[in-house]
Design a protein. Structure first.
Length: 630
C-alpha cells in the first residue's frame, strides 16, 4: 500500500467538552446576573421607599399648623416642594375626616385618593407605583394624613441600565473564556496530534508501528467476522540484521531499514498494509488476499537485489510466516502467534524463505516450553543476576542513581537475552517471583552501598505488565524496602506507557499508593507508547525517560530533536524530571543539556556492569567527584 492513512484522535469529543464547558459557564453567569439584577432591584426599591418616606415625613412635619388653621394655601406651598422630586406624581394632604385640604399633581397625573388599606399598611407597591401615607400629628394627636404616589419608571430605567451593564460584563467574560478555551484546546490538540504520531508512526521508516498495526489488524479481522471473506498476516524478519548494526553501526542499520521498507512498499498492492512492528521485524496485513502465497514470494524476491549504503553493497534476506483468517485463526493474538510460528519454521529451513502456518508446527512451542522449564530452575540455581547502569545528573555530574537490569547466564546456552526470556516469564507468570527477587536484590544492594559510604545511590527497577496486574505488588515493594532497611525514596519503579494505559484506573490507584509510601515513579521508554495528556497528568509520576530511539539520531534529525525538546518541556510543565536513555556521544550530551534534560544514561557514561564492577565505578566517581564530561 503506497500511501498509508493512520488513525488519529478525533477532536469531536474535545469540541463537545468545550461546548459543554461554555454552556455551563454561560448558565452560571446568567444565573449570577439574574441574582445580581434581582438584588439591585430590591436595593433600588428599598432606597426609593426610604426616599419617598422621608419626603412624606417632611411634608407631615411642616403641615400640622397649616392643617390646624385650615390654611390650604400654606399646605399647597408645602406640597409644591415635591416638584423637585421627579419620581413623585401626586400628593395630597387630608384632614382628620379624610377631606382633601391640598393636592399636588404632575403633568396631569391622576388624583391621589386615600384608602383604608393604604392607611393601615402605610405603604403600597404596585407594578408601576409606590404609595405612602403618613399621619400628621400635633401634640401627639393625629390631625390629618399626607399621602404621596411616586412612579417606578426611574427605578426601572436604572435597573435596566444596571442589567444591561451586568449582562455586558457577563457576555464579555464568556467571550474571554471562549477565547482562552479555544486557544488552550488548540494547543492541546497540537500536543495530542504530536503524541498520536509518536504512538502510531515508526520514526525510522515512517511506517505504522506496532500500536497502529494492532489496530489495523483488528479492523481487518472484524471485517471478516462481519462480511465474510479472508484476511491474512505475513510476518517478516530480516536475517542476520544484527550483523549490520555490529559492523556498520546503528545509523547504517536504520538507513537499511528505511531502504528495505521502501523496497517492500514497491511490491505491495493497494489492499496490503506494511508495518514495522519491531527492530528488524515487519508485518504485512492482507485485506481479502487473492493469492497470499504469491505476495509472500514477491516480498522475498523484492529483497534479492543488494542495497547500497556508504559504498557498501549489502544483501538482505528475510524469513516470513503466513497465517490466514479464518482458516488458521479468528482472533488477533492467535493469528499473530501462528504467523510467528510459521516464520520460525521458515528460519529453521535455512532462512530466506517463507512458510504458511500448519497445525503441525510445534518447533517454537517446544522451544518456549524448554526455555520456560529452564527459567523455572534458574532462580533457585542462582543463574539470574542483576547488572547496573549508572545514571548521571546533568546539574553537577554526580551519579543520580542506577538502573537494575536482569541477566540470565545459562550454564549451557550462555547469556540469554532478556528480550528472549522476559516474554516467556511474562506469559508463564514466572515474572512475578522473578520480579519479587529483583526488587529484593536491588533494595539490598542499595542498602549495601549506603553502608559502604556510597550515599544517595538510588536504584531503578523495571515493572512488567504482569507484575502491574498483581494485587500484591505494592506489598511486595514495601516488604523489599523494609527488609533492606532503606528509605522508600531510594527506590524508583519504571513502568512503560503501554502498561500504564492497559488499566488506567487500577494503575492510578496502584501508583498513588506507592507514591504515598515514598517510592519514586517513572515512565520508561516514553514516546513509544500512547497516553493522552488528559491521563498523563493524572498519574503521580516523578520522571519521564526518553526512549533511546529518539536520542540515537540527535543532533541532526530534526524530528527527533523536536520530539526530545517537546517531551522535556511537557515533563517540566507537569513537574516531572527527565532522563534520556541511550546517550552515546558528546554531541547528544550537549544537545540534551541545552534542551534542559535532567539526567542521562548510556554507554557514553558507563555500560551495564555486575555488582562488583558497578561498586568500583561508584567508588571511583565518589572519590574523584568529577565534573560532567564535556
Amino acid at each position: 500500500m503506497r500511501k498509508i492513512a493512520l488513525h488519529s484522535a478525533t477532536p469531536r469529543l474535545g469540541r463537545w467538552l468545550d461546548l459543554a464547558n461554555l454552556v455551563t459557564a454561560g448558565a452560571a453567569l446568567l444565573v449570577a446576573s439574574i441574582l445580581l439584577i434581582g438584588f439591585q432591584f430590591v436595593s433600588l426599591r428599598a432606597a426609593m421607599l426610604e426616599d419617598v418616606d422621608v419626603q412624606a415625613r417632611i411634608v407631615s412635619e411642616n403641615s400640622a399648623a397649616a392643617l390646624l388653621f385650615r390654611d390650604s394655601r400654606a399646605s399647597n406651598e408645602t406640597l409644591s416642594a415635591l416638584s423637585a422630586a421627579p419620581a413623585v406624581e401626586a400628593a395630597a394632604i387630608f384632614d382628620g375626616e379624610g377631606r382633601i385640604v391640598a393636592a399636588f399633581r404632575r403633568n396631569g397625573a391622576a388624583e391621589l385618593g386615600l384608602s383604608a388599606d393604604l392607611m393601615r399598611a402605610g405603604q403600597r407597591f404596585s407594578a408601576t407605583h409606590l404609595e405612602i401615607a403618613r399621619p400628621i400629628e400635633l401634640d401627639g394627636d393625629r390631625v390629618g394624613v399626607v399621602a404621596i404616589r411616586a412612579s417606578l419608571e426611574q427605578l426601572y430605567a436604572r435597573l435596566l441600565a444596571y442589567g444591561a451593564l451586568t449582562l455586558a460584563v457577563a457576555l464579555g467574560s464568556l467571550a474571554v473564556a471562549f477565547l482562552l478555551v479555544s486557544r488552550m484546546r488548540a494547543r492541546v490538540r497540537s500536543a495530542e496530534a504530536h503524541l498520536d504520531r509518536l504512538a502510531h508512526v515508526d520514526p525510522v521508516t515512517g511506517l505504522p508501528n506496532r500500536h497502529a498495526f494492532n489496530g489495523r489488524l483488528s479492523e481487518a479481522l472484524a471485517a471478516v467476522d462481519r462480511f465474510g471473506g479472508h484476511a491474512g498476516l505475513l510476518l517478516l524478519d530480516l536475517d542476520n540484521f544484527k550483523m549490520v548494526n555490529d559492523t556498520l553501526g546503528h545509523h547504517a542499520g536504520d538507513r537499511l531499514l528505511k531502504l528495505v521498507a521502501d523496497r517492500l512498499l514497491s511490491c505491495l498492492g493497494d489492499n496490503e498494509l506494511l508495518c514495522r512492528i519491531g527492530g528488524d521485524e515487519f508485518a504485512v496485513i492482507l485485506h481479502a488476499p487473492a493469492a497470499p502465497d504469491r505476495t509472500a514470494a514477491a516480498v522475498l524476491q523484492s529483497l534479492a537485489a543488494p542495497f547500497a549504503i556508504d559504498r557498501h553493497e549489502i544483501y538482505v534476506t528475510a524469513s516470513a510466516g503466513l497465517s490466514l483468517c479464518p482458516d488458521d485463526a479468528r482472533d488477533l493474538e492467535t493469528l499473530i502467534r501462528n504467523a510467528d510460528t510459521a516464520m520460525y519454521q521458515a528460519k529453521s529451513r535455512g532462512k530466506n524463505a517463507w512458510e504458511s502456518f500448519h497445525p503441525d508446527f510445534d518447533y517454537r512451542v517446544q522451544k518456549r516450553l524448554s526455555l520456560e522449564t529452564s527459567l523455572r530452575k534458574a532462580l533457585e540455581r542462582g543463574e539470574l543476576q542483576l547488572h547496573y547502569q549508572p545514571q548521571v545528573s546533568l546539574r553537577d555530574g554526580r551519579i543520580a542513581g542506577v538502573e537494575a537490569l536482569l541477566r540470565w547466564e545459562h550454564p549451557e546456552l550462555g547469556l540469554i537475552s532478556p528480550a528472549e526470556f522476559i516474554p516467556v516469564a511474562e506469559e508463564s507468570g514466572l515474572i512475578v517471583p522473578i520480579g519479587r527477587w529483583v526488587l529484593q536484590q536491588a533494595c539490598r544492594q542499595a542498602a549495601a552501598w549506603e553502608r559502604a559510604g556510597l550515599e544517595n545511590v538510588n536504584v531503578a527497577v523495571n515493572l512488567s505488565a504482569r507484575q502491574a496486574r498483581e494485587p500484591g505488588l505494592a506489598a511486595d515493594v514495601m516488604a523489599a524496602v523494609e527488609e533492606a532497611g532503606i528509605d522508600a525514596s531510594r527506590l524508583e519503579l519504571e513502568i512503560t506507557e503501554s502498561i500504564l494505559m492497559d488499566n488506567v484506573q487500577a494503575n492510578i490507584a496502584l501508583l498513588e499508593r506507592l507514591r504515598a509510601e515514598g517510592v519514586r515513579l517513572a515512565i520508561d521508554d516514553f514516546g513509544t507508547g500512547y497516553s493522552s495528556m488528559a491521563y498523563l497528568k493524572r498519574f503521580p509520576i516523578d520522571r519521564l525517560k526518553i526512549d533511546r530511539t529518539f536520542v540515537r539520531d540527535i543532533p541532526g534529525d530534526g524530528d527527533d530533536e523536536a520530539i526530545c525538546e517537546a517531551i522535556i518541556a511537557m515533563a517540566h510543565s507537569l513537574g516531572m524530571t527527565v532522563t534520556a536513555e541511550g546517550v552515546e556521544n558528546a554531541r547528544q550530551l550537549e544537545f540534551l543539556r541545552n534542551a534542559g534534560c535532567d539526567v542521562m544514561q548510556g554507554y557514553y557514561f558507563a555500560e551495564p556492569r555486575n555488582v562488583q564492577a558497578t561498586t568500583r565505578f561508584l567508588e571511583s566517581r565518589a572519590a574523584l567527584a568529577p565534573a560532567m564530561p564535556a
